[in-house]
Design a protein around this ligand. Structure first.
Ligand SMILES: C[S@@+](CC[C@H](N)C(=O)[O-])C[C@H]1O[C@@H](n2cnc3c(N)ncnc32)[C@H](O)[C@@H]1O
Length: 314
């Protein structure tokens, strides 16, 4: 086994009191094991699955299948026909907080959308009247648009703006805002990928500051009684629990909502109901997720899409 860096040892130590758990976490990062591939059925599921499927977890929605190791769903002809979208099971875990929403969600706004996994999940789970998928990085728009087109995700539109632009334009308009925030990407290591500098405190602080800016802008476009989801694929508390604590102090109209199906994944680093999946659990490389509700009363403000340069509409 490769030798873990001092920074990784430090993170493991901060995350877990238990030395066995620290060792399992470190092993999952320095000696990555494959995770079962996963798909979201965008069209109706076929009666006979073209893939070998793993036993679903108790909280897994019926439109998601976790496939056996070795299945290559991206190479199947049904993929190109838009029957399903391929993603990590960690993403399903993070997005599964949406399954707890039991009120109509006419407008979903995905602030950090490319390549589109959470947009597709939200569309499938909540059937909004409109999905707006925003991606600020121009080079990432192509894959977002082609995924939404391929999977027939409609009605939807794609925009390409910095989150600050929406604060006034879309104030208090969206029944659900997704923030799948850019992060240091520490969980990439558990997939055998590289994330240089991901445990360095400068990178973590820079990322946390960016996350606070994005979530603060996003919070302001959530309609009264609407929801805000915050997710990352990284482990450091500065980018996760501490961003949530900062948000709740800054925007006291928000409350974190308990998600009962994820109770066994409750983060032990805070008393806020927020949830973590770790790579040593064997399901996915890792994720953090939390669902906030805007407790203010009132009506959602109407949006005017003409104010926005819509890049693609379906
Ligand atoms: C974790 S990825 C999103 C993955 C996507 N939600 C999905 O499920 O497929 C984070 C995204 O945030 C975008 N991003 C980077 N900087 C940003 C910023 N300042 N504001 C908003 N989004 C940003 C990245 O380009 C990237 O597409």
């Amino acid at each position: 086994m490769e030798k873990p860096s001092n920074l990784l040892l430090k993170v493991a130590h901060r995350l877990f009191d238990d030395t066995d758990e620290q060792a399992k976490f470190i092993a999952a990062l320095v000696n990555p094991q494959p995770f079962a591939p996963c798909i979201i059925w965008c069209q109706d599921k076929l009666e006979v699955s073209p893939f070998a499927v793993e036993t679903p977890t108790l909280w897994q929605p019926e439109f998601v299948d976790r496939l056996s190791l070795g299945e290559k769903p991206g190479q199947h002809p049904l993929h190109q026909q838009g029957y399903f979208y391929c993603l990590d099971f960690s993403s399903v875990f993070a997005a599964s907080v949406l399954l707890t929403i039991n009120q109509p969600v006419p407008l979903v706004f995905d602030m950090c959308a490319a390549p589109g996994g959470k947009s597709v999940f939200a569309w499938k789970a909540l059937k909004p009247d409109l999905l707006i998928s925003n991606e600020v990085i121009g080079k990432r728009l192509g894959m977002l648009i082609s995924n939404l087109k391929r999977c027939h995700i409609q009605p939807s539109c794609v925009v390409n703006r910095d989150s600050s632009i929406f604060v006034e334009m879309f104030a208090e308009s969206s029944n659900l805002v997704l923030v799948d925030a850019p992060c240091t990407g520490q969980s990439l290591l558990a997939k055998g990928e590289k994330a240089p500098g991901c445990f360095h405190h400068t990178a973590i602080n820079k990322s946390a500051n960016r996350q606070k800016r994005i979530i603060a802008n996003s919070a302001q476009i959530v309609a009264p009684q609407g929801y805000l989801v915050y997710m990352t694929c990284t482990y450091s508390p500065e980018e996760n629990e501490q961003v949530c604590e900062w948000l709740l102090a800054r925007f006291p109209q928000f409350q974190a909502v308990e998600v009962s199906h994820l109770s066994k994944y409750q983060s032990h680093l805070t008393s806020i109901p927020c949830y973590r999946m770790f790579p040593q659990d064997g399901l996915g490389a890792g994720a953090f997720t939390v669902l906030f509700k805007n407790m203010n009363e009132g009506d959602a403000k109407q949006i005017n899409l003409n104010n926005l340069a819509v890049i693609h509409q379906m």
